[in-house]
Structure formats: structure tokens, C-alpha cells
Design a protein around this ligand. Structure first.
Ligand SMILES: Cc1ncc(COP(=O)(O)O)c(C=O)c1O
Length: 443
């Protein structure tokens, strides 16, 4: 684990730096960048990252419980990522897929080695999660000859093109047209789901959705093993497997969106589908895959990829050897540094501590997730489960002052999502629990 660095000394003129960045961002960067603001009235300026921590312009250190949108898996400025990336930079910073190169070839073999051995997997690398999701849908459509895709309500699969069609909640749906051809089935939320806890009613509803809203033949279905942006809603045991059976009966292929859950973050398993004992046909990955470098990918059954091989698909930066070098450092270090096990240990300690806080603070309605993909739902009333939105905002500010950056998810923004880098330690966990305790007490 990374040692806790002390507060970073700073020699910069912090107020001047802040004023300049704020002025330049509002003058020259597009207002369209305001999607999902965390601290809209008092923006945070981050100047440095080290391990699981980030530093603002004054040198104040924070535990980054967001891992910059679940992208920092090993930690900031990780020595192995730095070494592998800079070695590749010195050799060749880009090599398009028109040519063959050592990095993606090696990476594909290493990644396939971490996938279920009973399937003949192949890898296609792209630059972002939404792009990988779109590629997966295109492959599913080409393979099945069907058009309609099923996703779950409350799902987040990205905001461009097809991915936006499958993302399913109102803050993400805009008057700008998303792609056609998506139907949304009811998600099996065990805390607030319309059918209450249980699995079968949700599977029955999936069958009804396919029957009523599609031709009966679908191209596929995509599921996040834990809905991340939707407020850390885990699929209950049996749902993913049951849904995949229904989708295969309707002629579709099954896609696991592992953009948040993949690469050991769940602690108990390397992949979310494994935790759900479900075998997908296509696996989409991104975020922590590159420890902050922009790389995403699709792992796909060879026969599905072959159906797509005569479709013209090209992207300029996919398989960039520098980002692939970063991705190789992730595979290597998760194993060498025992980061999956660390995610399990720290996650358990967090859950135990949060349950203790739940006994004392009625604002905590539910604690869910596993490893370092955890959610804390705040409610005003445990019976009605009315979202405690304002209270959550005040807690978030308190946590920031105490040195913890957090983000909230769900359509109502009352679920704290705890996704720090996988190198955190017990001191970080205990510090976060203390800060939550104090914040909850003040609210
Ligand atoms: C589960 C999931 N899928 C897909 C995406 C889209 O990834 P990107 O933002 O890299 O396009 C996200 C992004 O948050 C995600 O959480």
C-alpha cells in the first residue's frame, strides 16, 4: 500500500492560480462542461495526485473517494505505470491499428488470461467507456441481425450515441435525440424497487418488456453488475444469470458493463459477472483499466467479433501503445500488490464501520455494494425513504473541509459513492468513517 504522504508544501501563489484557472475555464472552456458538478459554488482545483490522495492549489491533501470517476485504480503517480508509460513514450507514442505493435498484442493475451477460460475471447481496444459500449451494441446487432437492445432503468452506460440511448434516467435524457432501438426494463433495486425485494418479479417484467416493446427478437441486453452512477445498486444474486437466459431465448447476446466493477475493485471478484455467476458474451471495460489513461475495451466471443469483421469500423487512437502500457501496468500491479484483496479488506472495514454509524445516525437508510464500490443512501425517514438531498449536500461540504472528496449518485443525488483508489489503507478508512460520523452529527 502507498504510505500516507504529508501535506504537500506549496510555493505557488494559490489565490492567483485559482483566480486564473477559474477565469480561463469560464471564458474559454465550454459551458457544456457543467454536467455533473460536484461543488458548483466553490469549484475545486486539483494540482497534484499521489497514491490515493489529491492536493488542491493551497497544498491541502484530500483522500479522493471518487478516484477521479473510478479511473485511478493503482493510485496517482504509480511507479510502475510511470515506468511502463515513459518507456513506451520513448519508443513510440502512437501506432495506429493499421500496423502491428507489441503492446496491444501482449495486452490482449494478458487480459484474455484474466477472463473465463471456457470462452474463446478476443479484445478490441478503444478510448472511452461509451465508445466501447457502442462497439458492443454494434457487434451484438451485426451478430444477431436484430436491432433492439435492452438495458435497465437507472442504468448509466455513457452519454454519447448508442450508449446514451441505453442510459436510463431523466437527468441524462435531454432534448438532443439519443439513438433509437433501446428499451428499458425495470431494475431489480432491492431497497426501493417497484416490486420490492426479490428477483423473480423483475425477471418476469423483463420478459414482459421484451414481449411488449420489441419484436420478440433482441440484439442483446446490457447490465451493470452494480449500477454505479445510478446510486450503487447491486444486481441481486440470480438476476443477471436469469436475465441472460431470457435474453438468449430471445436471440440476443449478453453484455456485462464492467466499466466500474471490473479489475478487482469489487474485492471479492475480478469481474462483476463472476460475482453474479453469470457468463456474458461481451464484456465492456474502461475507467480503472488504464489507471487514469484513456483506454477502454470490449472483450468478445470470437464468433461475435467475426460477424462484425466485415463492418467498417475504425478509430484513430484505439490501441495506442502508451495507454496500453498503462493498462498493462494495471493488470500487473493488481496482482503484484494484492490490490483486489486490499479492496476486499478495506471495503469490509468500511461496511462494518458504516453499519455502526447507521445504528447511531437515522439519516443513513442503506449501505450497499462490495469492496471499493460502495454506496451510502441518505434518507429523511427510513420508512418513506424520502431522499435527504440537502442534508447530503451539507455532509459533502463537511467532508471536503475534513479532507475527503466525495461524489453522490442516483437520480436524486442522495447516495454517497465511495470508490477510492485500490491502494487505500486502514488509516484512510478510519479517517473517512470519523469524518462521516462528525458530518452526520452536525447535520
Ligand atoms: C458503467 C458505465 N458504463 C459506461 C460508462 C461510460 O464511460 P465513459 O465516460 O468513459 O465514456 C460509464 C461512465 O461513467 C459507466 O459508469
Amino acid at each position: 500500500m502507498q504510505a500516507s504522504p504529508s501535506t504537500s508544501p506549496t510555493t505557488i501563489d494559490a489565490p492567483a492560480l485559482r483566480a486564473r484557472i477559474v477565469q480561463q475555464r469560464s471564458r474559454y472552456l465550454s459551458p457544456s462542461l457543467t454536467t455533473f458538478p460536484i461543488y458548483p459554488d466553490d469549484p475545486m482545483i486539483l494540482v497534484k495526485g499521489e497514491g490515493q490522495y489529491v492536493f488542491d492549489e493551497t497544498g491541502k491533501r484530500y483522500l479522493d473517494c471518487t478516484a477521479q470517476n473510478v479511473c485511478i485504480s493503482l493510485g496517482f503517480a504509480h511507479a510502475v505505470t510511470l515506468k511502463m508509460v515513459s518507456e513506451q513514450m520513448q519508443k513510440m507514442q502512437h501506432c495506429t491499428t493499421l500496423f502491428y505493435n507489441d503492446q496491444p498484442a501482449r495486452y490482449a493475451e494478458e487480459l484474455v488470461g484474466r477472463l473465463p477460460p471456457e470462452v474463446d475471447w478476443v479484445i478490441h481496444l478503444v478510448n472511452s467507456g461509451a465508445e466501447a459500449i457502442d462497439l458492443a451494441y454494434a457487434m451484438a446487432r451485426a451478430h444477431t441481425g436484430s436491432y433492439e437492445m435492452v438495458s435497465l432503468r437507472n442504468a448509466y452506460h455513457g452519454l454519447h450515441f448508442g450508449a446514451a440511448g441505453s442510459t436510463a434516467f431523466s437527468p441524462c435524457r435531454t432534448p438532443v435525440a439519443a439513438n433509437q432501438g433501446f428499451v428499458h426494463a425495470i431494475h431489480p433495486d432491492q431497497y426501493k424497487g417497484v416490486f420490492g425485494p426479490g428477483v423473480q418479479p423483475y425477471l418476469d417484467e423483463l420478459k414482459r418488456t421484451i414481449f411488449s416493446s420489441t419484436s420478440g427478437h433482441v440484439a442483446g441486453m446490457v447490465i451493470e453488475p452494480i449500477q454505479g452512477f445510478g446510486g450503487v445498486v447491486p444486481m441481486p444474486p440470480g438476476y443477471m444469470r436469469g436475465a441472460f437466459e431470457i435474453v438468449r431465448e430471445a436471440g440476443g447476446v449478453c453484455i456485462s458493463d464492467e466499466v466500474q466493477t471490473g479489475f478487482g475493485r469489487m474485492g471479492s471478484h475480478y469481474w462483476g459477472f463472476d460475482a453474479n455467476e453469470a457468463l456474458p458474451d461481451i464484456i465492456v471495460m474502461g475507467k480503472g483499466m488504464g489507471n487514469g489513461f484513456p483506454i477502454a475495451g470490449v472483450a468478445c466471443r470470437r464468433d461475435i467479433a467475426e460477424s462484425f469483421s466485415n463492418v467498417r469500423f475504425f478509430n484513430t487512437f484505439g490501441s495506442n501503445p502508451v495507454t496500453v502500457a498503462a493498462a498493462r501496468s494495471v493488470l500487473r500491479c493488481i496482482d503484484d500488490e494484492g490490490l483486489q484483496e486490499n479492496a476486499a479488506r478495506c471495503g469490509e472495514r468500511l461496511i462494518t464501520g458504516l453499519n455502526r454509524l447507521k445504528d447511531r445516525h437515522s439519516l443513513i437508510g442503506d449501505i450497499r455494494g462490495t469492496g471499493l464500490i460502495l454506496g451510502i443512501e441518505l434518507v429523511r425517514d427510513r420508512k418513506t425513504r424520502e431522499p435527504a438531498v440537502e442534508e447530503g449536500n451539507r455532509i459533502q461540504q463537511h467532508l471536503r473541509r475534513s479532507g475527503f472528496i466525495t461524489v453522490k449518485g442516483s437520480a436524486t443525488r442522495n447516495v454517497f459513492r465511495i470508490n477510492p483508489a485500490m491502494c487505500i489503507n486502514f488509516d484512510d478508512v478510519d479517517g473517512l468513517l470519523d469524518a462521516f460520523d462528525q458530518a452526520l452529527a452536525t447535520v
